[in-house]
Ligand binder design. Structure first.
Ligand code: PRT
Ligand code: ZN
Length: 285
């Protein structure tokens, strides 16, 4: 049988969540981060551990068939890959930031300025699209200190909480793109490998769907079922089973975490009893 090769980050911000997502999807990887390549015992997949910078190229060349990497790396690198699915973790944005003492009014401010970044290609495209001519200085790390040491007038970097900018006396002025971890794929994959990718995506969707949901069971007088359904609008119609005790029904429903207490209070108010809230592991439609 065909095996698919997945590249993930060897260490860093996306490593743990990539492995956790695979585990939730029933794909466990032999635990050894020092090895470059690891197999899964329960799924036709091999995991290749790489630096995130190398993942788009590895996938585009077919060294790996698919990869998990930040969209920012895909956008920066000149390699052609398919972005197959957004994975909902590693969220951040790429933004321009200036020293807080600057009188910044519009992106025209960047004309003639020196900007330090590790993402020169994305920035170049942004400047080009907006008719700005600035000097882009590519530096590998600690971009945020460049203005302090006089190496640049402003920076273009990844921001998530914004704490790093504040610590370095910088203010975010333009968000150029949003990023998150994505699943990328080689453009020329065999039909058989594509089938495995579809299988992985099917599992990822089941995991995603169950995130933030609870499975709730309760007993309720049967004549209150219509009212209960009104309290739970927007959800698929609940499962209702008759109980041995005459006039009583058991109601099963999936409720979003954020609405859980409000819905339960509403259901209690119309006579629901013996309410069980269970965690929901997978939701397969
Ligand atoms: O070794 P390797 O090359 O594989 O890793 P790396 O050091 O290049 O990348 P790594 O592990 O730092 O990040 C991997 C990916 O995580 C990035 O490509 C992004 O897609 C994503 N990501 C999400 C982030 C952040 N959030 C983030 N906050 N990457 C970097 N940061 C940096 C940011 O630049 C800032 O300096 O973290 C700092 C803290 O951010 P604030 O705004 O929360 O203060
Ligand atoms: Zn990197």
């Amino acid at each position: 049988m065909e095996t698919i090769r997945l590249a993930i980050q060897a260490k860093g911000r996306l490593n743990e969540e990539s492995i956790a997502l695979l585990a939730d999807a029933g794909i466990s990887i032999e635990e050894s981060k020092r090895k470059l390549l690891a197999k899964s015992g329960d799924f036709p997949i091999e995991v290749l551990y790489l630096r995130d910078d190398d993942i788009p190229q590895a996938v585009s060349m077919g060294v790996a068939d698919i990869g998990i990497v930040g969209l920012n790396e895909v956008a920066e690198k000149p390699y052609e890959v398919d972005v197959v699915h957004k994975l909902g973790f590693g969220g951040c944005r790429l933004s321009l930031a200036v020293p807080k003492a600057e009188q910044y009014d519009s992106p025209k401010w960047f004309d003639g300025k020196r900007i330090a970044t590790s993402y020169p290609k994305i920035l170049e495209r942004y400047f080009k699209e907006n008719g700005i001519s600035a000097e882009i200085h590519e530096i590998a790390g600690s971009v945020e200190v460049a203005p302090l040491v006089g190496m640049a007038d402003a920076i273009f970097d990844i921001v998530s909480s914004g704490g790093t900018l504040v610590k370095n006396g910088l203010v975010e002025v333009v968000k150029v793109m949003d990023s998150e971890a994505v699943l990328i794929a080689n453009k020329q994959m065999s039909a058989e490998k594509k089938k495995i990718v579809d299988q992985i995506l099917f599992r990822f969707s089941a995991v995603e769907r169950s995130k933030g949901m609870k499975y709730v069971l309760m007993n309720l007088p049967c004549d209150k079922v219509d009212e209960a359904v009104k309290i739970l609008p927007g959800m698929k119609s609940p499962t209702i089973l008759a109980l041995a005790q005459e006039g009583w029904c058991s109601l099963h429903v999936v409720i979003r975490d954020s609405e859980l207490w409000e819905k339960i209070e509403g259901l209690k108010a119309i006579g629901a009893e013996d309410i069980l809230v269970l965690s929901l592991e997978k939701m397969i439609l």
